[in-house]
Design a protein around this ligand. Structure first.
Ligand SMILES: [Zn+2]
Length: 475
């Protein structure tokens, strides 16, 4: 099922968003009607339609005007096939996009892009600029124009050359073919733009699969899980049919959201519908205070305790969690076990002071943190301890790493929450714990903005439903 439905509009900056609200951007919304064209191109190449784009490249002055083929939506597939034969007889410029992968070679990349051009392959292997194409190869965005497998133009967009500039610039490598057939390459640094993206998805198998379908980057999905972690237990409470909409900041290179890591933006607003219950979150920064997420009534979503000592991620989401597994030989074993690979970061769920950090029988390497109100948390079987007894820690601070020390059959985090010495369910505690509040003045301001944001998230949800229907005829 395809659930991508990006509405894209330009925000000058996040700060402006907070000040003026979202009203001014409404007119700029537009859909990208790529679906039909993409399906046609997919037929041509016999490949996944998500690998294609039909937006024009940054066409250089020297490049010949490309032939752009449009096919109307009403044409059934069998007739399209006939048209494609005709189109093929003419010179058909094919636009294709892809992203470089860790093991890519010039050949595997060109092959995926539908390029069968030994001259281009030779050029990319030997030209001093051309051969930088696959340097730092993961996640570069590639667009090519080809005709009958012959490369006309290739543009690769990747991280800035200077690591200090990865949040502001990107590298644009362009390979062009002139009238005589000779290839040339040049490279330049160009500015990234901050934009906002609106996306939505429906859970069919997992949160990350739905996010992939909606082309939402992992960094944003992780934030969504974190924002709603006190409302929804993403390990146990997700249901098929749950849905989300998210408005997030994204950096774009020549209008395309960047695919390389390192400078993912922030979630500006999100909605999660879990078991028919709707949860909303909007980022808001009250002057003079730290920014935070609030529900539509202005109640803070940040609590005194995190719901989980492990950040939810694509890696940790695949592991089971279990309560109070009583091993006969270890009577004291009461708590929550989080399966996770050795080395996964462990964070303290609340502000406090380290009351123990060292080895204990059964627990292995273990940290205890004392919080206000006679509340104590325990983190056991660690492979690494990053804190010392007596040290004060802040909520979310990394204190160690998952391991299998002590009585553990495999790597996992054993976590306990005790109030006055009694074990309690950490999720219940997190949900009931203290939350941040807006001042009355900020609250009035916030509510105005929240109305507009809610409308945007509504739109995203509706578009998503419509998109799911219209895409089905091609699948
Ligand atoms: Zn345990």
């Amino acid at each position: 099922m395809t659930s991508k439905n990006n509405l894209r509009d330009v925000f000058p900056s996040l700060r402006t968003l907070a000040l003026v609200g979202l009203q001014s951007t409404q007119n700029l919304m537009h859909r990208h009607p790529r679906r039909v064209s993409a399906a046609v191109l997919a037929l041509l190449a016999g490949s996944a339609m998500t690998a294609f784009g039909v937006a024009p490249l940054t066409v250089l002055p020297s490049a010949p005007p490309p032939t752009i083929t449009q096919v109307s939506e009403a044409v059934p597939l069998s007739e399209l096939a006939g048209q494609l034969v005709q189109l093929d007889a003419q010179s058909l410029a094919l636009y294709r996009t892809d992203v470089t992968r860790p093991n890519d070679t010039v050949d595997t990349l060109l092959n995926r892009l539908g390029i069968n051009d030994p001259q281009a392959a030779y050029f990319l292997r030997h030209d001093p600029i051309g051969q930088t194409l696959l340097l730092k190869r993961t996640g570069k965005m590639i667009k090519v124009v080809s005709d009958n497998g012959r490369l006309r133009e290739l543009v690769a967009r990747g991280p800035a050359e200077a690591s200090a500039q990865v949040d502001t610039l990107f590298t644009r490598l362009t390979v062009t073919r002139d009238a005589s057939g000779a290839l040339a390459a040049h490279t330049e640094q160009a500015p990234l733009l901050a934009t906002s993206q609106l996306a939505s998805g429906t859970i069919a198998s997992s949160l990350y699969a739905a996010a992939d379908d909606a082309h939402v980057p992992d960094a944003i999905t992780n934030q969504i899980a974190e924002i709603f972690s006190n409302d929804i237990d993403f390990r146990r409470e997700l249901r098929k049919g749950d849905a989300f909409s998210v408005l997030y900041e994204a950096h774009t290179a020549d209008g395309e959201p960047i695919t390389w890591g390192g400078s993912s933006g922030r979630v500006l607003a999100a909605r999660f519908i879990n078991k028919d219950k709707t949860h909303d979150a909007v980022w808001f920064q009250e002057p003079g205070r730290k920014g935070a997420y609030y529900d539509l009534n202005g109640r803070g979503k940040t609590r005194a305790f995190l719901a989980s000592p492990l950040a939810f991620s694509r890696v940790t989401s695949g592991f089971a969690m279990r309560f109070h597994p009583l091993l006969q030989r270890w009577k004291a074993h009461l708590g929550t076990d989080y399966g996770a690979p050795t080395g996964t970061a462990v964070r303290t769920v609340g502000d406090g002071r380290v009351s123990f950090a060292g080895q204990q029988n059964g627990y292995g390497n273990v940290i205890q943190i004392q919080h206000s109100g006679d509340r104590l948390t325990v983190y056991a079987h660690l492979s690494r301890i990053n804190v010392r007894p007596g040290q004060t820690v802040e909520q979310g601070q990394l204190i160690g790493a998952v391991g299998a020390t002590g009585w553990a059959t495999g790597p996992h985090l054993h976590f306990e929450f005790r109030i006055k010495g009694h074990h309690v369910d950490p999720m219940i505690i997190a949900r009931a714990s203290e939350s941040t509040q807006l001042s009355p003045l900020a609250l009035a301001q916030f509510r105005q903005m929240a109305v507009t944001v809610a409308q945007r998230l509504d739109t995203a949800g509706q578009q998503q439903l419509a998109g799911a229907h219209s895409s089905q005829r091609f699948e």
